[in-house]
Design a protein around this ligand. Structure first.
Ligand SMILES: NC(=O)c1ccc[n+]([C@@H]2O[C@H](COP(=O)([O-])OP(=O)(O)OC[C@H]3O[C@@H](n4cnc5c(N)ncnc54)[C@H](OP(=O)(O)O)[C@@H]3O)[C@@H](O)[C@H]2O)c1
Length: 333
């Protein structure tokens, strides 16, 4: 969709220098696809970073415009060392692309504190701190782009993904604020928001080492959500390659938008959340989740109302409140 809406704003670099792109999380599936795509465009110079560069170098060969560099996004020293080296060799960073992430599965109750912290460090604090290091120099150039691969989980929080969603919400909030702050300096901020991507990521998803709980209160939730998400991912038309192509289009776009939904489901969730009344939206989504009416049934008795009835009751209450507000406003005028 993006390609068709923004085609008239696409431009190739015309400067007398090749813009420098810094890509973190280069070993992620989306990272590798983006790095491969960018390395086929010699009009850019690209620095691809990962913690383990040995495997990355086999996938993306280095040359005069592709540079593979070790960088651990959560390590302050590693971040500043990498930035220093890039400025020493190429003198600038014009575009920063962040694809780093981790995603553990667990209910909030069963998530370990250290896993919450790891999500925040990897998905939010690390990238934001790197942006902070880059900004003084990018600002002086009077142009540039900061592109984050976010997620639909930065718009909607799904059950058993609280840490991941919290870190993506944090990233989205910070980038929205940054969009305003950098507008006077000609630096664009964009959040590419994939929904479900057809990738092998699902098989690698880890679980927070849960605190032992004999009751297994969330077991039904896990056993319904895991195959559900896996099947949505398998059916998705969106791939790491399509996300890489979209990111490339964002790079080429003059003044790209802040929010760039990156798949059909992401577009759907984006408009659904904006236009649907929240009182209805949450129960409706709960109802859509697989087998949700039986979640927790072994340890709670709180399932005495039929779903459809509860949704309609909430809708009626919502309409009643809206009507009261409207009539009240008329009386006062
Ligand atoms: N795949 C999807 O279905 C999907 C859906 C929506 C959004 N997204 C977003 O798209 C981006 C790329 O996703 P992806 O699926 O391509 O990622 P991925 O293949 O799962 O890559 C994971 C990345 O996380 C790092 N990592 C793994 N374990 C770590 C640990 N214990 N500590 C620190 N770092 C660790 C790795 O970097 P190192 O090499 O440096 O270790 C690697 O680059 C992410 O921002 C993600 O949120 C993906």
């Amino acid at each position: 969709m993006y390609k068709y809406i923004y085609w008239y704003k696409f431009a190739s670099p015309t400067q007398d220098y090749k813009p420098v792109i810094l890509l973190t999380g280069g070993s992620s599936e989306v990272g590798v696809a983006t790095a491969k795509l960018l390395s086929s465009h010699p009009e850019y110079r690209v620095v691809v970073t990962a913690r383990d560069t040995a495997t990355l170098i086999l996938q993306i060969p280095e040359n005069d415009h592709v540079w593979i560099m070790p960088l651990d996004i959560v390590d302050e020293e590693s971040r500043s060392k990498a930035v220093e080296k890039i400025f020493e060799r190429w003198g600038r960073v014009d575009i920063y692309i962040n694809t780093s992430d981790i995603c553990y599965r667990s209910s909030l109750e069963e998530t370990r504190d250290e896993d919450d912290l790891l999500h925040m460090q990897k998905n939010y604090l690390g990238p934001v701190s790197l942006i902070r290091t880059l900004l003084p120099k990018m600002r002086k150039n009077g142009k540039g782009k900061i592109i984050n691969i976010s997620s639909v989980s930065g718009l909607l929080a799904f059950p058993t993904m609280s840490s991941y969603s919290a870190s993506k919400f944090a990233l989205e909030g910070a980038m929205e604020s940054l969009w305003y702050e950098l507008r006077p300096f000609g630096i664009d901020v964009a959040l590419v928001q994939p929904g479900f991507i057809h990738s092998a990521k699902h098989s690698r998803i880890k679980f927070s080492d849960t605190k032992p709980n004999q009751e297994h209160p969330y077991e039904d939730m896990y056993t319904s959500m895991i195959p559900f998400v896996a099947s949505l991912k398998n059916r998705s038309l969106s791939t790491p390659q399509s996300i890489a192509e979209l990111t490339y289009n964002v790079i080429r776009t003059e003044r790209p938008p802040l929010w760039v939904p990156a798949s059909f489901d992401a577009e759907f969730f984006y408009y659904f959340k904006r236009w649907f009344p929240r009182r209805v939206f949450l129960p409706f989504f709960y109802w859509l989740m697989p087998n949700s009416k039986n979640w927790g049934h072994r340890v709670t008795r709180k399932h005495d109302t039929i779903w459809g009835v509860r949704v309609i009751r909430n809708l009626v209450r919502y309409l009643q409140r809206r009507a009261t507000v409207l009539f009240g406003a008329k009386k006062n005028t």
